[in-house]
Design a protein around this ligand. Structure first.
Ligand SMILES: Cc1ncc(COP(=O)(O)O)c(C=O)c1O
Length: 409
């Protein structure tokens, strides 16, 4: 058998054995191989009808009554509770709203405030005054770095960019908080959330994790690993739609000390009391700010229905099989030396994407898209391919590898 026929045959066998294969029917897709779900997830079929109902009936007919009768007011916590099991959190610790950038700001400033409070209850050991340094992932998605810089200026801290691997050596009794990414947006490298969180706690500091590239793709285990605060977006592996609201996790025992830098009226203990003085609501509600963006939020809620009956463990198993198979196809189809994988080979270090360094990557991605394979390009020389196990199949993967080989030959 030729190599092409062999890999196509293998793809067919893998697709036939794929327990998640039928979930593809829950998404609006065409014959394009869509490997950009790590940027914008595909549209779940149930969303348009639900949004239509929200607009026409809830807004159009019920109007203001929908804040109560249609559950608009409580949507941020309700949808947070729907996301919670996907990131290993018990209910009551996540609120949905705002962008990831805004939630990074809330979480990081709140973490520094907790560290400065000297109570020591959160991380368990010796937190106190004199902590004046924030560590930030030097390889982070830019927005986290910009926001961390501003948070540092506001709180009188210095900001120290370090790679995640350097974090244990950089921690000291000056460290207030550490902002890290679970999966690197460029390389797809999965960082050691349990180990790094434990190291941060050992130093008496607080760990804030950005889950944008891991939530919905692999188990996170927020509660199990004692993460303090976490944020993430919902438009990638959670398929919430363009600009769908992000979320904020505040560990239950830290909630009484969560002092939001954006204490809007929605997080007030008595929002309709219209009081001049601020009294924070109890629980995860403290992470809210202003009026929730209901249309996006309820589109997200409908999108999350595709997860009913799906375990994140099964998604992870398929994700690893997809990325393994893609690397196998690339090795078989792409001429030697034309691409270099930036994504770790070890499963323990791999998220749900494969990043290939390639000369003239922008042009190569354009050709791929013209030929029905959609990934994305990250400056200056990276081809990114995201694998969403809910709707990407092994046949897609074989085709993507084959087309990449043709483009690069
Ligand atoms: C890791 C990471 N953090 C933060 C962001 C920014 O999110 P937002 O635009 O929702 O603020 C992104 C966007 O892709 C991201 O990948």
């Amino acid at each position: 058998m030729s190599e092409v026929r062999e890999l196509a045959f293998k793809a067919g066998e893998l697709d036939a054995a794929d327990e998640l294969g039928e979930l593809r029917g829950k998404f609006v897709l065409d014959e394009v191989v869509y490997l950009d779900g790590n940027s914008l997830g595909a549209l779940p079929v149930g969303v348009p009808g639900h949004v239509d109902d929200v607009v026409r009936r809830q807004w159009g007919s019920l109007r203001i009554r929908s804040w109560g009768e249609s559950g608009w007011w409580t949507a941020p916590e309700r949808i947070g509770d729907r996301i919670a099991p996907l990131v290993g959190a018990a209910a009551g610790q996540i609120v949905v709203g705002d962008s990831t950038s805004v939630n990074v700001f809330k979480a990081l400033v709140a973490a520094v405030r907790m560290a400065g409070a000297g109570a020591g209850a959160g991380a368990g050991v010796g937190v106190g005054a004199g902590r004046d340094e924030i560590l930030v992932d030097a390889t982070t998605f830019p927005t986290d770095g910009y926001i961390a810089g501003s948070a540092a200026r506001m709180t009188g801290c210095s900001l120290r960019p370090v790679t995640p691997a350097e974090v244990p050596g950089a921690l000291s009794d000056r460290t207030a908080a550490v902002l890290l990414n679970h999966v690197d947006y460029r390389t797809g490298r999965l960082h050691d959330l349990p180990g790094l969180t434990a190291a941060v706690h050992e130093a008496g500091a607080y760990a804030v994790w950005d889950l944008c590239h891991s939530a919905g793709a692999l188990p996170v285990g927020l509660d199990e690993h004692g993460v303090d605060l976490a944020v993430g977006c919902t438009y990638k592996y959670l398929n919430g739609g363009p600009g769908s609201p992000a979320y904020l996790y505040v560990r239950r025992d830290l909630q009484p000390r969560f002092d939001s830098p954006l204490p809007g009226w929605n997080s007030h203990a008595e929002p309709f009391g219209m009081r001049p003085e601020y009294t924070p609501a109890p629980g995860a509600l403290r992470g809210r700010v202003g009026t929730p963006d209901i249309l996006s939020m309820l589109a997200l809620e409908a999108a999350l229905e595709v997860w009913d009956g799906v375990t994140i463990e099964s998604v992870r198993a398929k994700s690893l099989a997809l990325t393994d198979f893609f690397l196998e196809c690339v090795a078989a189809y792409v001429p030697e030396g034309r691409v270099e994988s930036l994504t770790p080979g070890a499963h323990t270090e791999r998220g749900s994407q494969v990043a290939l360094r390639c000369p003239r990557a922008g042009d190569v991605m354009k050709r791929l898209i013209e030929n029905g394979v959609v990934g994305d390009f990250r400056h200056p020389d990276v081809l990114r391919f995201g694998f969403t196990p809910l709707y990407v199949g092994f046949g897609d993967v074989e085709r993507a590898g084959r087309v990449l080989g043709e483009v690069l030959t």
